[in-house]
Write a protein that binds this ligand. Structure first.
Ligand SMILES: Nc1ncnc2c1ncn2[C@@H]1O[C@H](COP(=O)(O)OP(=O)(O)OP(=O)(O)O)[C@@H](O)[C@H]1O
Ligand SMILES: [Mg+2]
Length: 256
């Protein structure tokens, strides 16, 4: 059965779209049939991360009953399916978000995973994403404001009719500076497990300029490795990033 996972943060700009797009690619590379949906109806950016600048049918059209969801699904060369949001301001008028969960479950019934790239905050859009999901994966930066908003989101979940299960937290943009909140404090404060730690990585920004993603680049990078590790954790796939890690693992086994 398809797993609908909301990529959620509370606070804006922490890296939800970067996580949703790269995690989507990593999951698809593990042969998990994956789609990423832009659930940020008002400030949609997902398609830009895939270098797609023009898309006649978007989720906004579907929500205005002007198109079927199937018509808004775009195939990326990575194999990943993408449902973009509209880049036009006028397309946010008259959208109807009722019954969205059923629509997603039916349309993506033969998929393994659907990731929802949520809007920031706890407004209508963010709540709709939570209500449409089976699970929630939080994204935060290692600072207090971003972590406080995770706690708020987790409290909101308990008040929803459909309560998605919190999988845990991805800590993004980690620079290993002394002023950053450390992992053990993050776990204590949020009461959530850390599923992955993604470093601050210029490759993420330079890939965007090249209209691609770190997970699609041939170049090795720390963030790329982390996205694959997270995808492996979510799906139970065995993953070794490099030949050295393979050797290390064999060596460790032998020395046990
Ligand atoms: N690990 C990282 N290293 C470097 N830059 C990053 C990293 N993660 C995100 N960024 C950059 O931070 C900015 C915000 O990221 P992103 O758009 O994914 O945030 P968001 O949470 O989706 O924002 P919003 O709440 O507005 O939807 C982007 O310019 C992105 O390239
Ligand atoms: Mg975003």
């Amino acid at each position: 059965m398809v797993r609908i996972i909301d990529i959620c943060s509370g606070k804006g700009g922490v890296g939800k779209t970067v996580v949703a797009s790269n995690l989507g690619v990593a999951l698809q590379k593990f042969y998990k049939k994956t789609a990423v949906i832009d659930f940020n109806f008002t400030t949609s950016h997902l398609s830009l991360y895939f270098g797609i600048y023009s898309h006649p049918i978007t989720l906004n059209h579907v929500l205005r009953n002007e198109a079927r969801l199937e018509e808004a699904i775009y195939s990326h060369h990575s194999g990943l399916k993408i449902v973009p949001g509209s880049l036009k301001l006028r397309d946010i008028i008259d959208i109807d978000v009722s019954n969205l969960r059923n629509l997603l479950k039916t349309t993506f019934s033969n998929f393994d995973i659907v990731l929802l790239d949520s809007a920031p905050g706890l407004g209508k859009e963010a709540l709709m994403a939570l209500q449409a999901s089976d699970e929630v994966l939080y994204v935060a930066n290692p600072n207090i404001p971003s972590l406080v908003d995770i706690v708020k989101c987790n409290q909101v979940i308990n008040r929803l009719e459909n309560k998605p299960i919190p999988i845990g937290l991805i800590v993004n943009r980690v620079k290993n500076k002394v002023y950053e909140i450390k992992n053990d404090e993050i776990i204590r404060f949020t009461e959530l497990p850390i599923i992955g730690v993604i470093p601050e990585d210029e490759n993420i920004l330079s890939s965007f300029n090249k209209r691609t993603l770190v997970t699609l680049s041939k170049k090795r990078s720390k963030s790329k490795k982390e996205f694959f590790k997270i995808a492996a954790k979510l799906t139970g796939v065995k993953y070794e990033y490099s030949i050295f890690e393979k050797i290390k693992r064999i060596f460790k086994k032998e020395s046990l």
